[in-house]
Write a protein that binds this ligand. Structure first.
Ligand code: IPM
Ligand code: MG
Length: 370
């Protein structure tokens, strides 16, 4: 009997359901042909959940997420829900999932596939062979810090407040993840902060450095200010291997890094909690691209980031590195064959729909394992 894993799929809003429908096909393929099979439960999150239940995340869905071996999420948000009060916004559903599942480490690999170097926003020689891993702190910092809110002042004007706050433990646990990942790569970590302006950045820098000195002497650690990092990413991106940074800087820098790979439609992500004694580690996998309201329902969305997120799940939740590589190789081969969704179309390539891209990856999986 192959191992059976419990998955929760939260397709969410916008193009989420379209790309997750393609992932369901890959899951079905694995169920039939590979060493692992999946028991899938589906649920609602974001605007879809708000429309059905009046909240972007129900207690039941949260319980399902905690009970699953891994969660696959499509995307949340869209103009339809823009007018909602802050606490009901689709994004709150995703943020609450991250927080309640204690997913403190967000892995965002920016990898340039060989055939995609020409599609990037930078000159091909700057990005060819690029392979960066951004490790973003995900449940702390200004996203969650207190006090927060909008208050009315005596003169009738208003004041908006958010708080950037980090503790020793919050910094060290995410830095540890970055060092461990770097140890399996080139051993280089660049820690990014604004220690020149923020006390929380000073602490960030000191804690990352002392963890390195105490436990990871083989890691080559450098530090960089976030504004400089944003600049260096477009100047000479290949200087980076692993980048570790806080929640807000990670949000911004990972979008920037995504464009180095050709399109936001290519970037997967993994959000991980701490491994428990029994080997269980809470985990959620999602494409970075978001809900893309402008192309919803048109069969135009790029499903590759969702496939690559599924591959990250195989690797990080189930230690199935070979199976993950199979999916990644299939994606690379389809790209090399010249098929492109609209977002990554280049001269000399063929424009295909979401569905046809899904067909192509499935066909390639079949070929690779024939
Ligand atoms: C991301 C997104 C989210 C974030 C939004 C949708 C809340 O931009 O995952 O990068 O800001 O973290
Ligand atoms: Mg973002």
């Amino acid at each position: 009997m192959p191992a059976r894993k419990k998955l929760l799929i939260l397709a969410g809003d916008g193009i989420g359901p379209e790309v997750m429908a393609q992932v369901r096909r890959v899951i079905a393929w694995f169920d039939r042909f590979r060493v692992v099979s999946f028991g899938v439960v589906e649920g609602l999150v974001g605007g879809a959940s708000f429309d059905a239940h009046g909240t972007p995340l129900t207690e039941e869905t949260l319980a399902d997420a905690k009970a699953a071996d891994a969660v696959l999420l499509g995307a949340v948000g869209g103009p339809k829900w823009d007018g909602l009060p802050f606490e009901s916004k689709p994004e709150r559903g995703l943020l609450r999932l991250r927080k309640e599942m204690a997913l403190f480490a967000n892995l965002r690999p920016a990898i340039v596939f060989e055939s995609m170097a020409e599609a990037a926003a930078l000159r091909p020689e700057l990005v060819r062979g690029l392979d960066i891993m951004i490790v973003r702190e995900l449940i702390g910092g200004i996203y969650f810090g207190e006090p927060r809110g909008i208050e009315e002042l005596p003169d009738g004007s208003r004041r908006g407040v958010n708080t950037q706050v980090y503790t020793t433990e919050e910094i060290r646990r995410v830095a540890r993840v970055a060092f461990e990942i770097a140890g399996k790569r080139t051993g280089k970590v660049c820690s990014v902060d604004k220690a020149n302006v923020m006390e929380s950045g000073v602490l960030w820098r000191e804690e990352v450095q002392s963890l390195r000195d105490e436990e990871f002497p083989d890691i080559a650690l450098t530090h960089m200010y976030a504004d400089n990092c944003a600049m260096q990413l477009v100047r000479e991106p290949k200087q980076f291997d692993v980048i570790v940074t806080d929640n807000m800087f990670g949000d911004i820098l990972s979008d920037e890094a995504a464009m180095l790979t050709g399109s936001l439609g290519m970037l997967p992500s993994a959000s991980l909690g701490a491994a428990s004694g029994k080997g269980y580690r809470p985990a959620l996998y999602e494409p970075v691209h978001g809900s893309a309201p402008d192309i919803v329902g048109k069969n135009l969305a790029n499903p590759l980031a969702a496939f690559l997120s599924f591959a990250m799940m195989l690797r990080h939740s189930f230690a199935l590195g070979d199976e993950a590589e199979l999916v990644e190789t299939a994606v690379g081969n389809v790209l090399a064959g010249g098929m492109r969704t609209a977002d990554i179309l280049q001269p000399g390539t063929a424009k295909v729909s979401t569905l046809v891209m899904g067909d192509a990856v499935l066909r390639e999986l079949g070929k690779l394992t024939a």
